[in-house]
Write a protein that binds this ligand. Structure first.
Ligand code: NAD
Length: 969
């Protein structure tokens, strides 16, 4: 068999080498398991049964967080009671009886911990020494990796850095200078060294990482220790390279030959990573080791790309990754001796090709090494060793709880159908195992009727530059005048309002004409005039205008985002999310126009024809809040236009500029003059006049509860000349809670709560303002939350490193400060962050506890970065607290208890409930958004019922019988 891509060595030589390796493996017993029969069975069952595999992985994941035998018993029962295997069912039912629980708990714990021991070296640096010594005694080198929790605070980053320093110190005991086998070797994850590893801000991330990384490198140099930088998710890849490059180009690191970095072959652009490291090695003139691996985050990369509606950065097929591994092998060898190759793989074919190709390239054996994971493919490693190559084992070290993510990844790998390890015992002939990887042609991305806009990939330099130049343009365009738009024409006014940048209140961003009463009359008249033709236009024509607008907006996405960063103080990602949501609304409602254009289905009978169709209601006004200055007004306006209504835009006083850009864009996209008007001005006058106007048929409002209810009352009064009963669509505020169950993943819960509570300084209707923690999770959650909040980066919105920007206005700042004063008086401060000096209405994020659940502070919307923490004894109690407020907009649960999740799904009655994720960031078409109770009238934006708000159904029945003759069909 010949593979045309082979340029080094020959295919025959690879197969021959692989066959020899496999023969040597097959003489040895399969992997020695540390604890017996059942472990093998579990892995076997999990490999054969996808459902059991999910249950097992989830169970292994939650187990260390279970703090009592009752909790272990309860979870065993929950996860495995329906299993078809008798032995498992027996265990599950034993777990139900309290007398057996301690036994079940012990057996299960021992089992899972033993499983963990197979893959994790030891709990800490001191303890790992015996394992390393025994490896060295067998002629095997090692590298130690530190497992840990996600780094959520500066204190945790400091602790991580100390652990690395400690590790280097401890390893000195077994380190021998100049001996590649016995040289101490550590693997470092850069994301562990800061709570804010931000690909959008490489320079600031470097400043955050360097004070922790450089002392580690200094210690390594002083002791002669090798340091390898590990790779994690793709979004971090370039940032890791930049930090690695910045360090390695500086003295004294520039000349140290014992640094390495990982390249992941599963990435489609893996060769660019090899080239990048080669450049670095060449410019510094000192070699760098590259550990070539396949990559360990495949599921996550694929899932996140799918959610973002973009192509995954990883190959879909294992064979494609294997082929890429071989191409990268050649690339790597092509850069020898600048790059020193280390191959991290458990695949006999991949190993054989690396051996043959390195030999063909003339790379000496001692300059090559093979790396494998602790506890995996031991006999294969011995076979490689026997073939005269140095082997190195990657030894993860750390506590079991934080190590769970690692353990789950390993189990995933060991139980996957494509795992080579599973093929060890069966009779697969060597020539099948050793075939050159031949990926099939990749299926194109699945075509869906509706696709969400992809978030800007700020880890790409070109994307960051596009945003920076849009920001520069927005700054240089300051002072522009924005007239009204009525009947397709720009209209000036006697009154102009100054708009100030949210982050720089003293400056003037632009001037906005303020509508007078006569402008409101003109706009409604123009809308009424444009209405019949727009209503009667084919749905496809209306859809085309909206799709056109979506394309125009996509082309100007950074200009719109920059406008929001300036006007509303939205940080980069939040502003980008606002734009993508607006694009989604335009595209989604365009499809809805066509769908609803075909009418609804009703019954029919012989001799009778029934038609059920939808038709636009008339003139709509969109009254919008400032906090999603583009997405919300676009959503309301585009749904109205999709239905066939004319629409008048009334933006919030704080964010009229972005709305002006939108109105122009809709007209440019082909909306008829008059079908879109723009009349900014105060709510109390302009908004009120629009609501009360007899010729306005639909009022779509998003904003506060007080104003929403006032509008509802005003719209219910029929005024002279009014033809239609007004339809009011209300989206209002929230007082949203997240429950953290006692078995929650604390890393995930803290991260989710912080993002939900403090993203855009808590100025989201969906923001979390209460967190209720159940039982034994409370202490740990509280301390990690406090540290995470204290580490938040508060700063200007235009700085991509900023996590929490200034709030929208002086008035907002004062109102939030009053709430903080109440919190200090009624409760106890848990944590607060610091705030920067300088322009902008900064309010530090605050967390309080001990506030009475019945107090106004715990029941009313604050709309700022203030979070209340509560403790509950049981999940049921937490749920009762969560729903005992007048609002019901969003809610969240972090839990791994199936019954609690079910209970929440049933009883946690809010418009949008999120399980095990943050509670902000609903996506059009996937998470239709809107509240219940005092949060809204139940209309879901971005879902299949929304456009109907702007339409009314008509039923037409025709008797088709004439003189007793009924046509067929
Ligand atoms: P707001 O209620 O003060 O203003 C909203 C809009 O109503 C503005 O355009 C304003 O000019 C106008 N308005 C004010 N008085 C009016 C009147 N008497 N008649 C007609 N219009 C009037 O809200 P805001 O401060 O801009 O936004 C923040 C609020 O919006 C928060 O309560 C937040 O929870 C809510 N919100 C809800 C959602 C949701 O989807 N449920 C989304 C975003 C914001």
């Amino acid at each position: 068999m010949h593979n045309e891509t082979v340029t080094l060595g020959s295919e025959d030589a690879i197969v021959a080498r692989g066959t020899a390796l496999l023969a040597s493996v097959r003489q040895r017993p399969p992997i020695a398991l540390s604890s017996g029969w059942w472990q093998e069975r579990l892995i076997e069952w999990a490999s054969a049964d996808a459902d059991f595999r999910t249950k097992l992985l989830r169970f292994v994941d939650v187990l260390p967080a279970l703090r009592s035998p009752t909790a272990v018993g309860e979870h065993v029962r929950q996860y495995f009671r329906d299993d078809r295997r008798a032995a498992i069912r027996l265990g599950a039912s034993a777990a139900q009886r309290s007398v057996f629980r301690p036994v079940v708990s012990r057996v299960v714990r021992t089992g899972v911990f033993a499983m963990a021991e197979r893959f994790i070296g030891a709990a800490d640096a001191e303890e790992v020494l015996p394992a390393l010594r025994s490896l060295l005694d067998r002629g095997t080198a090692y590298t130690v990796d530190l497992l840990g929790e996600a780094t959520l605070s500066d204190a945790e980053a400091d602790a991580y850095a100390r652990r690395y320093l400690d590790l280097i110190r401890v390893l000195a005991a077994i380190h021998i200078h100049g001996d590649p086998l016995r040289q101490a070797n550590v693997s470092v994850k850069l994301s562990a060294l800061t709570p804010h590893f931000e690909p959008a801000a490489p320079e600031k991330t470097w400043l955050a990482v360097a004070p922790r990384l450089l002392p580690i490198l200094d210690a390594a140099i002083a002791a002669g220790v090798f340091v390898n930088i590990d790779m994690e998710q793709y979004r971090y890849r370039d940032l890791v390279h930049e930090i690695f490059g910045a360090a390695l180009r500086a003295d004294p690191y520039r000349t140290y030959p014992h640094f390495g970095i990982v390249v992941q072959a599963y990435l489609r652009d893996a060769p660019t990573a090899v080239a990048r490291v080669a450049d670095l090695a060449r410019t510094r003139g000192v070699p760098i080791t590259v550990r070539l691996v396949k990559g360990a985050y495949w599921d996550e990369e694929v899932a996140i790309a799918d959610q973002d509606c973009r192509e995954a950065p990883v190959f879909a097929e294992k064979a494609a990754t294997d082929a890429s591994f071989e191409r990268c092998t050649e690339a790597l060898l092509g850069h020898f001796p600048n790059l020193r190759p280390a191959f991290g793989t458990h695949n006999a074919r991949s190993i054989a090709q690396a051996m043959v190709r390195s030999e063909a390239a003339g790379v000496p054996r001692e300059a090559v090494e093979f790396q494998m994971l602790f506890g995996m493919a031991e006999s294969l490693r011995e076979a490689v060793h026997g073939a005269g190559y140095r082997t190195r084992v990657y030894v993860p070290t750390g506590e079991l709880i934080p190590g769970m993510a690692y353990l789950v990844r390993r189990l995933l790998e060991n139980t996957s159908n494509e795992s080579w390890l599973l093929q060890r015992d069966d009779d697969t002939p060597p020539d099948v195992l050793l075939r050159p990887p031949t990926p099939s042609a990749e299926a194109p991305l699945e075509q869906r009727a509706f696709t969400n806009a992809t978030p800007a990939q700020f880890h790409e330099g070109a994307v960051r530059e596009a945003m920076q130049s849009a920001l520069a343009a927005a700054k240089s365009g300051r002072g522009a005048r924005h007239p009204l738009l009525i009947g397709g024409r720009a209209v000036t006014s006697a009154m102009w309002d100054e708009v100030h940048p949210a982050g720089e209140p003293a400056a003037v961003l632009g001037f906005v004409a303020q509508a007078a009463a006569s402008h409101v009359q003109d706009a409604v008249r123009a809308a009424r005039a444009a209405f019949p033709a727009w209503r009667d236009a084919p749905p496809s024509a209306r859809a085309a205008v909206l799709q056109n607008a979506a394309s125009l907006l996509s082309a100007k996405r950074f200009d719109f985002a920059a406008a929001m960063i300036m006007e509303s103080g939205k940080p980069w990602r939040e502003a980008d999310g606002d734009v993508t949501e607006a694009i989604d609304c335009l595209n989604y409602y365009a499809l809805e126009a066509e769908r609803l254009g075909t009418g609804g289905s009703v019954g029919s009978s012989f001799g009778e024809s029934n038609r059920y169709s939808y038709e636009a209601r008339g003139v709509a006004v969109a009254i919008a809040p400032w906090n999603f200055p583009l997405a919300i007004i676009t959503g309301m306006a585009s749904a109205a236009l999709a239905a066939g209504c004319s629409v008048i835009l009334k933006p919030a006083e704080q964010s009229p500029l972005v709305a002006s850009l939108l109105a122009q864009l809709l007209l440019q996209a082909g909306a008829p003059a008059g079908a879109v008007s723009y009349v900014p001005g105060p709510g109390e006058t302009v908004g009120k006049a629009l609501v009360e106007h007899p010729d306005v048929d639909v009022v779509a409002f998003t904003g506060s509860n007080a104003v929403g209810l006032e509008i509802l009352a005003a719209a219910s009064i029929v005024r002279p000349g009014q033809r239609n009963v007004k339809r009011v669509v209300l989206e209002m505020g929230g007082k949203n809670a997240i429950i953290v169950d006692d078995d929650a993943d604390i890393d995930q819960a803290v991260e989710g709560v912080v993002a939900s509570a403090f993203g855009y300084a808590g100025q989201k209707c969906s923001a979390c303002s209460r967190v209720i923690v159940v039982g034994s999770a409370f202490r740990q959650f509280r301390s990690r939350l406090a540290a995470a909040v204290e580490s938040l980066v508060v700063g200007p919105a235009e700085d991509p490193f900023t996590q929490v920007p200034a709030v929208i206005s002086a008035e907002a700042r004062d109102r939030i400060q009053r709430a903080i004063a109440d919190g200090l008086e009624m409760g106890k401060l848990v944590a607060r962050s610091s705030t920067p000096e300088g322009p902008g209405w900064f309010v530090a994020p605050h967390v309080f506890e001990g506030v009475a659940v019945s107090s106004p502070l715990a029941r009313e919307e604050i709309f700022g970065p203030v979070l209340l923490l509560f403790e509950a004894k049981t999940f049921a109690e937490a749920l009762a607290i969560a729903i005992d407020v007048p609002f019901a907009l969003t809610g969240g649960v972090f839990s791994r208890h199936p019954q609690h999740i079910e209970l929440a799904m049933r009883e946690f009655r809010v418009g949008n409930l999120y399980i095990n994720r943050k509670i902000t960031g609903a996506v059009v078409g996937r998470q239709p958004f809107g509240g219940m109770a005092m949060s809204g009238a139940g209309d879901k934006a971005g879902g299949p019922d929304y456009v109907l708000n702007f339409m009314q159904p008509r039923t037409i029945t025709e008797n088709t019988m004439r003189r007793g003759f009924a046509p067929a069909g």
